[in-house]
Design a binder for this molecule. Sequence first.
Ligand SMILES: [Ca+2]
Ligand SMILES: [Ca+2]
Ligand SMILES: [Ca+2]
Length: 303
Amino acid sequence: MIRFLPLLLVLSAPLAIAGPYPGPAGTAGSDAIVYNDARFVNWASGHLDYAFGTSVVAQWRTPAKAYGPATTDTLDIVCLGDNGKITLFFPHPIRDGEGADFAVFENSFSATFLELAFVEVSSDGVNFVRFPNASLSTGTVGGFGSVDATNISGFAGKHKVGFGTPFDLASLPASPLLDRDHVCFVRLIDIVGDGSAKDSSNRTILDPYPTTGSAGFDLEAIGVINQNTGDFRMFPSVVTATTCELEWESNPGRSYQIETSTSLANWTPVQTVIARPDRGSSLFTAPRSTAPTQYWRVTRVGD
Ligand SMILES: [Ca+2]
Ligand SMILES: [Ca+2]
Ligand SMILES: [Ca+2]
């Protein structure tokens, strides 16, 4: 009789919890993308804003730890805290190409301790569109409870450290406010797992809650799969008190128009620059405005 017991456990456990969505990394049909997958062509390079929520100690409030390639280091993260958010940008806009267009990396140590975030994208930094999402989790998750990846879809944080959760711009609802071929910003908003957050169908979203110190979603990296290296690039820049250095990949001898904006709604021409014939990048020192936030874009002009 004892011999049958393990068999019963094996048969019953998956049937009780499995949902309809792709499962954890390493399982059949999983949508997880490993951090060193050759499809990644770029990574987040800066952030527009960061508003950490509650229960985040100072140690985890460094947005730059979400820049650059995914590391698999669970400490190389910026923590959002409960209901916190961050908006990142990239060397080139993301575009809607074949399949997944980018992937978000969290730092979960397991396939089931899944701290989730809403994912929104924007072309202009003002109007954001949220990815459709679904949470079929039931019962109680608690501070150290678990979430079954097959019960969730459309959230960042579905996979453990080292594995990105893919997002396909083609799955977004049509919006005149979003240009899917010029997605310049990705925003992550922590989901508080106390039952107050709702998915796209108004179902309750559950994830680990309450937690302390590094509460909520921990952003490790965002990898770009399909990018737009065409004639539109945006470079919110590191600035000094009076100037701002812009650097971009350029075609030798081609002309580029530099524009600035304080709101992303209206753009003011600054100067047209002809790229040097002997190198593949250009550098321009632009005047710093007195506005608290200043954006830049560089557009290739002419044929
Ligand atoms: Ca796509
Ligand atoms: Ca956390
Ligand atoms: Ca990182």
